[in-house]
Design a protein around this ligand. Structure first.
Ligand SMILES: [Zn+2]
Length: 275
């Protein structure tokens, strides 16, 4: 049987038969891939722990008729600290869910996406940076890599540069921010219920976080690590009030990704008030 090796981040599993598990992972070499971990649900077997979500494994696979089979597996990173913090774990599983949904479109850029995903999981596990802000930055990484960057600088209705005073809402259908004049014009064109679904109000502070996160998402790996380390020395403001605009900005981009995917994401539903 021909074999090949892959290095992949586990992003999801489901059960197969009585003792096996199908693992979905994003590999550096080939992008999104599925393989069978035989016997992984039997307690005490080596593959049981290794096939858990968010592990990075180096694997040897045998080409199967339908699905490939993992024949050897070595875990090179398991992000233990993620598993001790429910909020950080939820955000990490959200990154994994996004990868399952959009990973198919990233095969050509698999190495770049693999590196970014490992970077953000590492930052979620180890840095003091606000995890919601990290997730927002990752949303921008993904939006950029799948080629649907939202317009944040000019109104998508009239192309006028946006200001704190003119800014009104984000329109999912048009893929960007709209000024107040265009927002009112669009509302007249569409009936109210459609418009409510397609637009979300945006405050100047939420806009500021969107712009900041978009900038941070473009950093090279080394620079992003450096910035996260520097944020260690700042006292993070964890108050609910300080977090509100970050939560609103991140939810807005999640909504945009959900609109593009045509489905709701589930990972963050377990902590609805926090995230
Ligand atoms: Zn406009």
């Amino acid at each position: 049987m021909p074999t090949f090796s892959l290095t992949g981040i586990n992003v999801g599993t489901f059960n197969l038969g009585e003792a096996d598990r199908i693992v979905t992972f994003f590999s550096r070499e080939r992008g999104l891939h599925r393989a069978v971990a035989k016997g992984a649900r039997r307690p005490g077997t080596k593959l049981a722990g290794k096939s858990e979500a968010l592990n990075i494994n180096r694997m040897l696979l045998a080409k199967g008729k339908n699905l490939d089979i993992i024949t050897q597996c070595e875990t090179i990173e398991s992000f233990q600290r993620l598993r001790q913090d429910l909020e950080r774990l939820a955000f990490s599983l959200y990154l994994a869910e996004l990868t399952q949904i959009f990973g198919q479109d990233l095969t050509e850029d698999s190495q770049e996406y693999f590196d970014k995903l490992s970077l953000f999981l590492g930052l979620l596990a180890e840095s003091d940076k606000n995890p919601g802000l990290l997730a927002l930055e990752f949303e921008f990484v993904l939006l950029d890599m799948i080629g649907i960057n939202p317009e944040l600088d000019y109104c998508v209705g009239c192309r006028a540069p946006l200001t704190d005073r003119s800014l009104k809402a984000f329109n999912y259908e048009l893929g960007g921010l709209v000024c107040e004049t265009c927002f009112l014009r669009l509302r007249k064109l569409q009936n109210d219920s459609d418009n409510n679904r397609a637009s979300v109000y945006v405050t100047p502070l939420v806009w500021k976080y969107l712009i900041l996160a978009r900038g941070a998402s473009k950093l090279e790996v080394g620079e992003a690590l450096k910035q996260a380390q520097e944020s260690h020395s700042l006292k993070p403001d964890q108050s609910v009030q300080a977090n509100q605009p970050i939560i609103a900005a991140r939810r807005l981009m999640q909504g945009y990704l959900e609109y593009k995917a045509g489905k709701k994401f589930r990972s963050l539903e377990m902590l609805p008030d926090l995230l």
